[in-house]
Design a protein around this ligand. Structure first.
Ligand code: ADP
Ligand code: MG
Length: 729
């Protein structure tokens, strides 16, 4: 068989699991060994420097040059002792990937010997020529410099012999060009506002930070098959492919036994993740065949995001060693569940309290309710912005496709907490409350923890769900950086908490009792926020109608979703909380439109190429076989027999012709549309054009190609089929 598909299949089936080196050592013995963490700092830094740097980090203070020099020299000594030869600032530009530019420690000295150099200056700041990173017009080409600056709150680590220093990345003029800068600013905003609210209840709280536990879904495909699919190579998803006879309907993959080859891959990347201090915890098969999930223990959000970015790099690298390719795309296979990245989010205090975990007393539960209700209110007010944060060309295939949360943002809190909220709404009086009423209210909220423990029903169809002690944002795409979601959650809640505090101050300054005033404000928020709370089936048609009645948006594609990203309301929110300036927001908006248009453009080019160079030639080849067969039959058979015996062949010949001509016509029209699209200058207009005028052809062409796939002789078809890619063990 010379067909490239069969060659690939043969190779795929011959892959044995790579034998994983002995990892019987206890994880605790090597966890974090490649990280310049607290333990390493203690060992390598003088006592006083260690104290001052940890205090600087804890309080997010500026670090003095003298201290930075000492930290740099300790870092260098530590890294050299582990065999590192290079160092790099490691940052997250708006491409979505991570960036690094390695410099050797080694520096030639005058006497022909070399010395290892790395000082505080190099640690703290560098000036990469970054003109090729997306800036959304923020950086003029004549001023191509960008600055990367050390983020001491995320520890440096060694990967493949290079010391990587997590940094932010900003333009020469100070505007953020990365994900981390606004994330750290949103962290400061939520710290500031949430701490003040906590102090209304508990004076010992001096710091609040958001926590993130992501759940990463992904697909594995055999490398040989991957290479035989130009669409996977170029776009990360299959642009054609008929659904296999057996998909996920038997639901036999979810939590099933993990295939040995996959397990070997998991073991190896987990080992690497643990060395880097990434607390990888859970692994399992997902719903779709060849789909899997990795979840770590949650961490402070900034660190969790760095770890997520890092783990994606490691998984990709290790997958290749195991002759797999990992797909982080949100929808690699049509008709098969796509991949998401649940973002479990909560707030923690310096006193070790989770603010979304109810306590055991009415007092602590009032604190819980304050954050719980303010969060709901904030989502209700900023639902469109949250939708914008998660929008991408890939994620558009999932949201609203009856397998992932709908594009309509709503919150699921469970029937018991819904009852708590409606009780508060009913029982809190407008005027002054009697002592009995207050006691009853407090008794009721004292019962919340038991209620939550009993409340185990979980609605998988909701984009945001309260799951006992955290909110789980489920609509995030699997390939996304979690930062945009975290930035929105932190910022909108910070802003909401400020409003809450101001309203409360007004009430108490008029002599109102604090607890009573809090209850009244929360009651008002509850009444206003009911429309965002939804307990039913998010996949249903009724919900779409109901949501519309409630005034909730249903933004089905990225250009539509991005509108709210630069609304006056959004600009005000980000400016007031000092997270992103109007200029920065607009730059991001532009980059995201550019990115969207490019994705559709590439998909469209690849599909046209596949159709022209793979599909149509194959279909014609098979059609010729049929034509020859019909001609032969006509020669040898009497007329009446010929008509019955050649009927099917003639039917297929005409069907193939129909599909070929539809594909030809669509491809030509799509190319014409693309030409038109490329004359549009403005990024947003271009993205809208690609979405409305070019994207529909991807679907119509695919329809005909998939029909051909089941008509054409299997032996001739050159692209690996779904059933082959999805069930290779
Ligand atoms: P599941 O949702 O699968 O039933 P869990 O509720 O145990 O499982 O946790 C799911 C994810 O939520 C894990 O990644 C975990 O780290 C994360 N998580 C748990 N508590 C918190 C928290 N306080 N803040 C952020 N993430 C959390
Ligand atoms: Mg989950």
């Amino acid at each position: 068989m010379s067909n490239r598909r069969f060659t690939a299949l043969k190779e795929a089936l011959s892959h044995e699991p790579v034998i994983v080196p002995d990892m019987s050592t206890k994880v605790s013995e090597y966890f974090g060994k490649s990280v310049f963490d607290d333990r390493a700092m203690r060992e390598y830094l003088p006592e006083d420097v260690y104290k001052s740097i940890t205090e600087n980090i804890e309080k997010s203070e500026k670090i003095e040059k003298k201290i930075a020099d000492q930290v740099a020299s300790a870092m260098r000594a530590w890294a050299l002792s582990k065999g590192a030869t290079h160092y790099t600032h490691w940052f997250q530009p708006l491409t979505g990937a991570t960036a690094e530019k390695h410099d050797a420690f080694f520096n030639p000295a005058s006497d022909n010997r070399s010395i290892e150099q790395f000082d505080g200056g190099k640690l703290v700041q560098q000036e990469p020529d970054a003109s090729s990173f997306p800036s959304g017009g923020l950086r003029n080409t004549f001023e191509a410099r960008g600055y990367s600056a050390w983020d001491p709150s995320s520890p440096a680590f060694i990967m493949d012999g290079t010391l990587c220093i997590p940094t932010i990345f900003v333009a020469y003029t100070g505007e953020a060009l990365d994900f981390k800068t606004p994330l750290l600013k949103s962290t400061a905003a939520i710290d500031n506002e949430a701490t003040q609210v906590c102090q209304l209840f508990d004076r010992s709280v001096t710091r609040v930070y958001s926590t993130l536990g992501w759940e990463q879904e992904y697909f594995l495909v055999d490398e040989a098959l991957f290479h035989a699919r130009p669409d996977l190579v170029m776009t990360g998803r299959t642009l054609t492919g008929h659904a296999p006879a057996k998909g996920q309907q038997l639901e036999d993959h979810y939590f099933g036994a993990i295939a040995p080859r996959v397990k070997a891959f998991m073991k190896e990347f987990e080992y690497e993740a643990w060395l880097l201090g990434i607390p990888a915890k859970t692994r399992h098969n997902e719903v779709a065949p060849n789909q899997f999930e990795l979840a770590p223990v949650f961490e402070e959000a900034n660190l969790a995001i760095d770890h997520n970015q890092l783990v994606m790099v490691i998984m990709d690298k290790v997958a290749r060693r195991h002759k797999f390719r990992i797909l982080f795309h949100e929808k690699p296979f049509a008709g098969i569940n796509g991949s998401g990245k649940h973002n479990n989010w909560s707030l923690s205090t310096n006193t070790g309290k989770n603010l979304l975990s109810p306590g055991h007393t009415p007092k602590t539960n009032l604190l819980f309710l304050t954050f719980f209700v303010n969060f709901i209110k904030a989502v209700h007010e900023n639902a469109d912005l949250l939708r914008a944060a998660i929008a991408s060309a890939g994620n558009d295939h999932r949201l609203g496709a009856n397998e992932a949360p709908p594009a309509i943002i709503s919150i699921f809190i469970g029937s018991q907490l819904t009852k708590v909220l409606s009780d508060i709404e009913k029982k809190v009086k407008e005027g002054k409350m009697t002592p009995e009423e207050k006691t009853e209210l407090k008794l009721n909220i004292g019962k919340i923890p038991q209620i939550i423990l009993d409340n185990t029903d979980r609605n998988r169809t909701s984009p945001v769900a309260f799951t006992g002690n955290k909110f789980e944002v489920r609509a995030v795409g699997s390939s996304a950086n979690c930062a945009p979601t975290m930035i929105v959650l932190n910022t909108m809640l910070a802003s909401q908490l400020r409003t809450f505090r101001n309203t409360l101050e007004k009430a108490t300054s008029k002599g109102e009792d604090k607890d009573e005033a809090i209850f009244k404000i929360l009651r008002k928020y509850i009444t206003e926020s009911w429309p965002i709370l939804f307990e039913g089936n998010g996949y249903s048609e009724e919900w779409v109608k109901e949501a519309e009645k409630r005034g909730l948006s249903n933004l089905m594609n990225t250009p539509d979703a991005l509108i709210s990203y630069v609304s006056e309301k959004t600009k005000k929110l980000f400016e007031e909380n000092n997270v992103l300036t109007e200029k920065e927001l607009e730059a991001r908006w532009e980059i995201r439109h550019e990115n969207y248009a490019k994705v559709i453009q590439i998909e469209s080019r690849v599909l046209a190429d596949l159709a022209g160079n793979h599909i149509i030639p194959t279909a014609i080849k098979y059609q010729n076989v049929l034509v020859a067969n019909v001609k032969g039959l006509k020669e040898i058979l009497p007329k009446d027999q010929f008509e019955t015996q050649a009927e099917l062949q003639i039917y297929i010949i005409s069907k193939i012709s129909e599909h070929i001509s539809s594909i030809r016509k669509d491809v030509q029209e799509m190319i014409d549309k693309r030409k038109e699209a490329n004359t549009i200058e403005e990024a947003s207009k271009k993205a809208i054009f690609y979405c409305n005028e070019v994207k529909p052809f991807l679907e119509s062409i695919r329809y005909h190609v998939d029909k051909l796939e089941i008509l054409v002789d299997d032996e001739m078809w050159s692209l690996p089929k779904y059933r082959e890619m999805l069930f290779v063990k």
